[in-house]
Design a protein. Structure first.
Length: 141
């Protein structure tokens, strides 16, 4: 796909906020989308032909374990492999920063996406604002 650009920021940008509001709040009904983690996370936005198409955030945890979350792609741009590109790009950036592993809470319906990137389930299903999630981990070395 032509016209792809990743932009990383240490602050939550207006474009990342807009994608997350559209996907998580308006489309999926989340209320508590923005939290204190946004202030310490890196935010990655994928642009397609100049338009913010998707995003995620990632941040360091303890003992080399990093966290990936808020992976979102606008509905009109789905089914193009963009979420896969976002996850893979974020993982490579975390690897470059010294991550030994990456932990995330996947919406259960998206489990296959993360499995394609090498993540494996590492705990039981839990609810986040009523939505079933599955903890998943990727070991990087």
């Amino acid at each position: 796909m032509e016209g792809l650009l990743f932009v990383q920021s240490e602050v939550l940008t207006a474009d990342a906020r807009a994608v997350r509001e559209e996907v998580f709040m308006r489309e999926q009904g989340y209320v508590d989308e923005f939290d204190e983690v946004d202030a310490r996370a890196a935010h990655l936005v994928l642009y397609v032909d100049g338009e913010a198409a998707g995003c995620c955030r990632f941040y360091a945890g303890e003992a080399g374990e990093w966290h990936l979350g808020r992976v979102a792609v606008r509905k009109t741009l789905r089914r193009r492999g963009l979420a896969l590109r976002i996850v893979r790009e974020a993982v490579e950036r975390m690897r470059a920063l010294g991550a030994a592993s990456v932990l995330l809470g996947a919406q259960v319906y998206a489990r296959g996406l993360y499995e394609q990137c090498g993540f494996a389930a590492c705990g039981p299903i839990y609810l986040d604002e009523g939505n079933p999630h599955l903890p998943m981990r990727l070991v990087l070395h």
